[in-house]
Design a protein around this ligand. Structure first.
Ligand SMILES: Nc1ncnc2c1ncn2[C@@H]1O[C@H](COP(=O)(O)OP(=O)(O)O)[C@@H](O)[C@H]1O
Ligand SMILES: [Mg+2]
Length: 337
């Protein structure tokens, strides 16, 4: 187990692409930290820098307090799981799991014991004699996970490990990874572009955009108190409503943007004091709830309504909200006020 610390870590690729612009982050021993953000924001580069697969252009990287800037990946005692499984096609599952230990020169008996233990942990016992091509995508990803586990590294790095799986399997494996982290109590750093994965898995989430950290916080805090408009818009489905004060009938000027989550808007049919009036624009039944888009003075606000909500397009509705729960952002800088 280990702490990982990044101090003003930078990466400039050849040709001048600045992929990581000074990231500072301390990951505690046993913590589950996700790096999340849109494609190209520098997540994989940051992870590769921690792993030692890329050289730093600046800054300091420490594992367990020791500077590792110039250590090779092997010397860092880190295991990485990628989106593509990269299993050895000609080896069966048992050998794929054993191989990282064979390379280390471990004894046969120890290797067999470790492989058995990991196979049990991941439910791979019945698949040990199969080749990768005889496995489903989910099973292959489990073997890739197992290959990281056998070495018992100090730190686990994951780069979008579930992105190749279909939606149902992704949700299942997501749960398995969370349980695995609970069991191992090891340090996990997990890259994903998927806000739901980052929220459900992590102790803390690092939100990145264009090579820079936007906010580091536990999932609930990111959702309730986003540091800026980017973070506010990235988390939550449906997205947060961002509106001008005048849409809500408030006297503030247009230098402020107001944020209101869809679950903070209550749809009522009757006219209540302080409620907004609008007309139903779109109803999207999702099963347990419905997403209802309401046209209020030309702006669209999305509200969460019960699953059985029914209303004809164009019918008048009222939206109630608690003004105390409005989030305020500076329209220019995007920062929370
Ligand atoms: N080997 C490379 N050479 C040059 N530019 C790269 C290289 N790898 C990534 N980049 C660029 O660095 C930026 C960050 O990429 P990456 O870390 O892969 O983003 P993410 O994983 O968040 O999608 C992107 O603009 C990407 O095009
Ligand atoms: Mg990536």
């Amino acid at each position: 187990m280990a702490t990982v610390s990044l101090e003003d870590v930078r990466k400039v690729y050849r040709g001048g692409v600045v992929a990581v612009k000074g990231v500072t982050l301390r990951v505690a021993d046993g913590e589950f930290v996700s790096l999340v953000g849109p494609s190209g924001c520098g997540k994989s580069t940051t992870l590769n820098l921690i792993a030692g697969l890329e050289d730093l252009s600046g800054g300091t990287l420490r594992i367990d307090g020791a500077v590792v800037n110039d250590l090779s990946p092997k010397e860092r005692d880190i295991a990485m799981v990628f989106q593509s499984y990269a299993l050895y096609p000609h080896m069966d599952v048992a050998r794929n799991l054993a191989f990282p230990l064979e390379v280390l020169g471990m004894s046969r008996a120890d290797i067999d014991a470790r492989v058995r233990e990991v196979a049990t942990t991941l439910g791979l016992e019945s698949l040990l004699s199969r080749r990768p091509k005889e496995l489903s995508g989910g099973q292959r990803q489990r073997v890739a996970l197992g290959r990281a586990l056998v070495r018992r590294p100090k730190v686990f790095l994951f780069d979008e490990p579930l992105s190749n799986l279909d939606a149902a399997l992704r949700t299942q494996m997501r749960g398995e990874i969370k349980k695995l982290h609970e069991r191992l109590a090891a340090t996990f750093i997990y890259v994903t572009h998927d806000q739901a994965e980052a929220m459900t898995l992590s102790d803390r989430v690092v939100v990145m955009s264009q090579g820079e950290v936007q906010q580091v916080a536990p999932p609930r805090e990111l959702y309730d108190a986003p540091a800026n408009l980017f973070v506010a818009g990235f988390f939550g489905s449906p997205r947060i409503n961002l509106v001008k004060p005048r849409t809500l009938g408030l006297p503030e000027g247009d230098d402020v943007v107001l944020g209101l989550r869809p679950e903070q808007l209550d749809i009522t049919s009757s006219d209540v004091a302080g409620a907004l009036s609008g007309r139903v624009y779109l109803v999207e039944p999702m099963g347990p709830e419905s997403w209802v888009t309401v046209d209020v003075a030309g702006e669209h606000l999305v509200a969460r309504a019960p699953g059985d909500f029914r209303a004809a397009t164009g019918s008048p509705v009222c939206l109630r909200y608690d003004p105390a729960k409005l989030r305020r952002f500076d329209a220019q800088s995007g920062r929370a006020r």
